[in-house]
Design a protein around this ligand. Structure first.
Ligand SMILES: [Zn+2]
Ligand SMILES: [Zn+2]
Length: 645
């Protein structure tokens, strides 16, 4: 029997095709790592429909891989379709990530990957004193590193990224061109000789130190209670010692962010587990290639300053998403606050000069680098609810997020809402969600929104056939759509929520959609937000809603939960005296406003109903951000649950 046939006895080869949200979620690196662990050969590639995987090896190892794929796929993936067939073995142990085939369409169909957290192999090099990239904060490979934040245009080649201003040195070029190397065609590949560098600047913009010395100085400042602005993947973070009450308080005062929770960066899972309870699903999210902030149940005696998340038993924790954060968190050895580098309400800073200007007076020091950030991307936020990961903020590591749609529709650009804005581009067969931008009320955020619309259309080479906008007559994003086209499609806010949910879960036909929300403009001109909509993808009827009540002072109620409580009591015919701690004269003014319907818009908002309940239970003082009262209410409930447990 020929040698080859002996070797191939017992070998099998499978072709698997998965569809759903499988691109841009770190699926190919996940496949690559699992395949390497199991000693399989084969290939993986994105195609226009999803992900095509071939694996080859022993029947047992192939079976293990298929089981992993079905039972524990990448944390951010949503598999909807799964086809599998056996094919003849080829006798090769080589495994390849094959480039996406973008020639199938005249449009740039190849997906754009989100930024990926440092892979285990790069982390090992980062910490190995004998490696040429030891402590080099910009190392990466085909499995990890920046993507969306550095790309200028497709195809994704180095000349089309922010890395084009860093010519490869001889060693890096050898890796880049060697087919067997894990840096084969890794576009952002870099080393201390040819790649980006760190610089430490003071509040006046003067350079204080370079390279590793810059990082070490920054760490000393943080150890001594200082606040550093540190440039990362998608923008700046403001960083300080999370255990130090004085540093946290100073950061809050300087940033004018009195009590909105701050995120924490932990060195690793072990350190995170000292601070919070972490389930299997939460662990998978924390260690996923997206490395998002995960909202976790705080442990008693966690050692974190109470000012990090005042009044709530939840901590937002992330693990390092790039080499600089790994070095920082390891060198310091204690958890640090890592919050978006911006002034309250402004967008996150991405440029060194901009940061020094904008964050002067907040940060003591600025640790910057010379790899340009092409587009701002905040940290993503996830929460596990009933064992399922739920995306609260789609940003670094997740955006751009692609969701399948039925084929053959016009291309549509959706400009999103005024608050917590994000935009989306739909074209045949898919919709691509851009990163969270924030509130368009701030002119700087609005400016970034305008840029993002053109950037997104340009990146994907799509001239939108139509624009979709919120129904609200006085909304910045909606006005923008009207300025771009005569026939923008007006969409009711909560119908848009329901249809988004349908698309995410692959539902078609008619559904009963429940949209519980803060604020959205209704078809009757009132403020909706507790809606039961019988919906198709194109139309809806308002089947039911929360009982309407009035909001004395309108928008002011968003931050003053007592106003919502007065509105609910008034609508229910209950005495307004049930809301505690309001001066009798104020109560009388509110009563008159409600009786005469003066400046008291009608709402069915679930968010305001939560505020009302919170106020009746004693959380009635003004809040610094929307949803704060409901968060504290949830905290009260959780604390009660914990006591019962
Ligand atoms: Zn890597
Ligand atoms: Zn190099």
């Amino acid at each position: 029997m020929p040698q080859q046939q002996i070797r191939d006895r017992g070998r099998v080869r499978h072709h698997v095709h998965v569809t759903g949200v499988v691109q841009g979620v770190g699926f190919r690196p996940w496949v690559y790592r699992r395949v390497r662990e199991l000693g399989l050969g084969g290939e993986v590639r994105n195609d226009v429909h999803g992900l095509s995987i071939q694996i080859e090896g022993s029947g047992e190892s192939c079976g293990d891989f298929l089981r992993l794929l079905k039972e524990s796929p990448p944390a951010l993936a949503r598999i909807r379709g799964f086809e599998q067939r056996e094919m003849p073995a080829r006798g090769s142990d080589e495994f390849r990530i094959v480039a996406s085939d973008s020639a199938m369409d005249s449009e740039a169909r190849a997906g754009i990957m989100p930024d990926l957290a440092t892979c285990p192999e790069c982390l090992r090099e980062l910490l190995d004193p004998d490696d040429r990239r030891y402590r080099y904060p910009f190392l990466n490979c085909t499995q990890c590193g920046p993507r969306f934040t550095i790309i200028d245009r497709l195809p994704y080649d180095r000349v089309n990224t922010a890395m084009r201003s860093f010519p490869l040195c001889r060693d890096c070029r050898r890796e880049y061109e060697a087919a067997g190397d894990r840096r084969f065609h890794a576009q952002p590949v870099a080393c201390p000789r040819c790649g980006p560098r760190l610089t430490l600047r003071d509040g006046g913009g003067r350079s204080l130190a370079e390279g590793d010395e810059a990082l070490l100085h920054t760490e000393t400042s943080i150890r001594n209670g200082g606040i550093a602005a540190i440039k990362g993947i998608g923008g700046f973070h403001l960083v300080c010692d999370a255990r130090c009450a004085r540093a946290v308080q100073t950061l809050r005062e300087r940033k004018r962010r009195p009590d909105k929770p701050l995120a924490i960066l932990c060195r690793d899972l072990a350190q995170a587990e000292e601070l919070a309870w972490i389930s299997v699903a939460e662990r998978a999210l924390l260690t996923s290639p997206a490395a998002p902030i995960v909202l976790l149940k705080k442990k008693e005696g966690d050692g974190v300053a109470p000012g990090v998340a005042p009044g709530i038993p939840i901590l937002g924790i992330m693990l390092p998403g790039h080499p600089l954060h790994h070095l920082l968190a390891r060198d310091l050895g204690f958890p640090v606050v890592a919050t978006s580098g911006n002034r309250s309400e402004e967008p996150i800073c991405i440029d060194g000069d901009e940061a020094v200007r904008s964050l002067a007076g907040i940060a003591d020091l600025f640790l910057v680098h010379d790899r340009p950030i092409r587009r701002a991307v905040d940290d993503s936020v996830y929460r596990v609810i009933r064992g399922e990961p739920v995306c609260i903020r789609n940003a670094r590591g997740c955006a751009p997020l692609t969701i399948d749609l039925p084929p053959g529709r016009d291309s549509v650009f959706a400009t999103g809402g005024r608050q917590k804005n994000a935009t989306a581009l739909a074209r045949s067969g898919e919709v691509i969600l851009g990163p969270h931008l924030g509130s368009l009320d701030h002119p700087m955020t609005y400016e970034r929104f305008e840029k993002q619309v053109d950037d997104f259309a340009g990146l994907y080479g799509v001239e939108p056939d139509r624009f979709a906008r919120d129904l609200h007559p006085d909304d910045e994003a909606a006005r923008f759509a009207d300025a771009r086209t005569e026939h923008a499609v007006s969409t009711q806010h909560h119908h848009a929520h329901v249809v988004s949910c349908m698309a995410e879960h692959g539902l078609d036909g008619e559904v009963l959609g429940v949209a519980w929300d803060g604020t959205g403009y209704g078809t009757d001109g009132t403020i909706w937000g507790g809606e039961f909509l019988v919906s198709t993808r194109s139309d809806f009827t308002r089947h039911a809603h929360l009982h309407p009540f009035r909001l004395p002072g309108g928008e002011a109620a968003v931050r003053e939960p007592a106003r919502s409580a007065l509105g609910v009591l008034h609508a229910s015919g209950l005495p307004l005296s049930l809301v505690p701690d309001i001066a009798e004269s104020d109560r009388e003014v509110f009563r008159q406003m409600l009786d005469k319907s003066v400046n008291c818009p009608v709402t069915t908002s679930a968010g305001r109903l939560f505020d009302a309940v919170a106020a009746l239970l004693g959380i009635h003082e003004p809040q610094s951000f929307e949803g704060a009262a409901a968060m504290r209410l949830e905290g009260m409930i959780e604390a009660h649950d914990l006591r019962l447990a």
